[in-house]
Design a protein around this ligand. Structure first.
Ligand code: 15L
Length: 253
């Protein structure tokens, strides 16, 4: 049983290709360039190329789809190619190859215009704060379609701030640690009852306000908390966009 990781050379891809094998996952990697430090099965090429994807999908049971432009400032042309067309090509190639499960890296920015609240549900309505966020909302819709239409099992992860440590004060609420990223992907790859799920990709942050219950229901057991770094970071004013909005300062950029 092979799990394909797209965008495997990126930050999250590198974290998962290093962390998932120890949890029993046999991986194949794909990215636009070769991954030199990886002594594993890999297919080099672009996800907008159906021939590359057909090779990458051979014998694959599950896909972790990370490839795409990760920048909140991405242009329309860039998201159109990498995120819109690329994500469609990945879902369709996975279906044609008989893969049964897709874990899609969405983002908090699909709902970045959500105001801070007590506890935001994981299926908080789409309120993108950027064209990047729009492209992630599109990926979530595509996932819902492939689940309903073709019976694929799809988990969309609305990832917060994935970094080795919280990069700024906003991330005291939105941080996703590398260890928890691996735990979340593992849960979504193995949950027997997954049909379609939207889950927040964040750690168990003391200052978090994103509901972790849907993730926990799939078996996600976050262990990290950004609070451990709070003393190093400034307090945010409630009027600061990094405090007031899920997407932080992206809502104003
Ligand atoms: C994301 O989805 C982006 O890829 C990343 O660059 C950060 O902006 C992150 O969200 C975040 O919200 O911190």
């Amino acid at each position: 049983m092979i799990t394909l990781i797209t965008g495997a050379a990126g930050h999250i891809g590198t974290c998962l290709r290093r962390g998932l094998p120890a949890l029993g996952h046999r991986l194949r990697l794909t990215d636009r360039g070769p991954i030199e430090d990886a002594d594993v099965d890999q297919v080099v090429g672009d996800i907008t190329d159906p021939a590359t994807l057909a090779r990458a999908m051979e014998g694959v049971r599950a896909v972790v789809h990370l490839a795409g432009d990760p920048s909140t400032g991405a242009s329309f042309e860039s998201v159109l190619d990498a995120n819109i067309e690329g994500t469609y090509r990945v879902f369709e190639a996975a279906r044609l190859a008989g893969a049964e499960r897709i874990v899609f890296a969405s983002s908090n920015h699909a709902a970045g215009f959500t105001p801070r609240q007590e506890c935001a549900p994981a299926d908080t309505p789409v309120r993108p704060d950027s064209l990047y966020g729009v492209s992630k909302a599109y990926g979530e819709a595509l996932g819902r379609y492939y689940a309903d239409r073709y019976g694929m099992r799809v988990a969309c992860l609305r990832i917060g701030s994935f970094e080795p440590r919280p990069p700024d004060a906003r991330a005291l609420s939105t941080w996703l640690s590398p260890g928890d990223m691996v735990r979340l992907a593992h849960a979504c790859l193995t949950a027997p009852d997954l049909t379609y799920a939207l889950v927040w990709g964040v750690s168990a942050n003391t200052r978090g306000w994103l509901d972790l219950k849907p993730g926990r229901a799939l078996g996600y057991d976050p262990r990290d908390d950004a609070e451990a770094y709070a003393a190093e970071l400034p307090e945010l004013d409630v009027a600061d966009p990094d405090y007031a909005w899920l997407g932080g300062r992206t809502v104003e950029s």
